[in-house]
Design a protein around this ligand. Structure first.
Ligand code: ADP
Length: 206
């Protein structure tokens, strides 16, 4: 079995701020942010995989598990090969994957999950607001249509939320996603900095 990448999962509903926070953390040496949705969006929409992605995401549905994990694993390996991601010194911050219990199971052979940061949100309307705003700003087709937003939320509750039950309770840390972005970042750093120090002690990020 190849080495399992040490990682922390950023977990939460669409619009909970995983991407915003993940991007900030990913700019700090010693952390590598890898968002499944970003990888999908970078694929040529005329390729076979690009067409599959458009078909599912435009309906607010998840891309099938086997295709997703294969694509994710190949891309991550490629980033390690070219040295963008340094598994020996970088703590991997995963965002948007695993999104189903099946994905979590398939990914066991690739990742060693140290912590799960659960960005909680008890106000569904606030999330919808964020998604609508993002749709306008980033031209995200999957968030333009109200029906698709609601579908994405329903898929999250049915297929993604149960992923939390897959990991031991002591690995899960709850963070209030409706606090100010700096507060959310602070809460996340309190989890991932000790994890990074503990597992990569003495290793220079360079
Ligand atoms: P958000 O950040 O709003 O939660 P993402 O950018 O992570 O959304 O994902 C956009 C779309 O990409 C999803 O609606 C889904 O169709 C597809 N996708 C992303 N990650 C996964 C995954 N792990 N499994 C299946 N489909 C995924």
């Amino acid at each position: 079995m190849s080495t399992r990448y040490k990682c922390v999962l950023l977990f939460g509903a669409p619009g909970s701020g995983k991407g915003t926070q993940g991007k900030i953390v990913g700019n700090i040496p010693g952390f590598f942010h890898f968002a499944c949705g970003d990888v999908f969006r970078a694929i040529d929409i005329h390729s076979e995989l690009g067409k599959i992605f458009c078909e599912y995401s435009s309906r607010g549905e998840l891309v099938p598990d086997d295709v997703t994990v294969r694509m994710w694993a190949e891309n991550l390996k490629a980033r390690a090969t070219i040295g963008f991601y340094k598994p020996k010194s970088d703590l991997l911050i995963l965002d948007g994957i695993p999104r189903t219990v099946t994905q979590a199971r398939i990914m066991e052979e690739h990742i060693d999950v140290l912590k799960v940061v659960h960005l909680i949100c008890r106000d569904q309307e606030a999330m919808f607001q964020r998604l609508r705003r993002r749709a306008l700003k980033e031209n995200r087709l999957d968030d333009v249509d109200e029906k698709v937003i609601r579908k994405r939320w329903a898929v999250y509750e049915k297929e993604t939320y149960p992923v939390l039950g897959y990991y031991p309770k002591d690995k899960i840390v709850e963070v209030n996603s409706l606090a100010s972005p700096a507060r959310v970042l602070d809460d996340i750093l309190r989890v991932i900095v000790p994890a990074q120090e503990h597992h990569f002690a003495g290793l220079s990020p360079e």
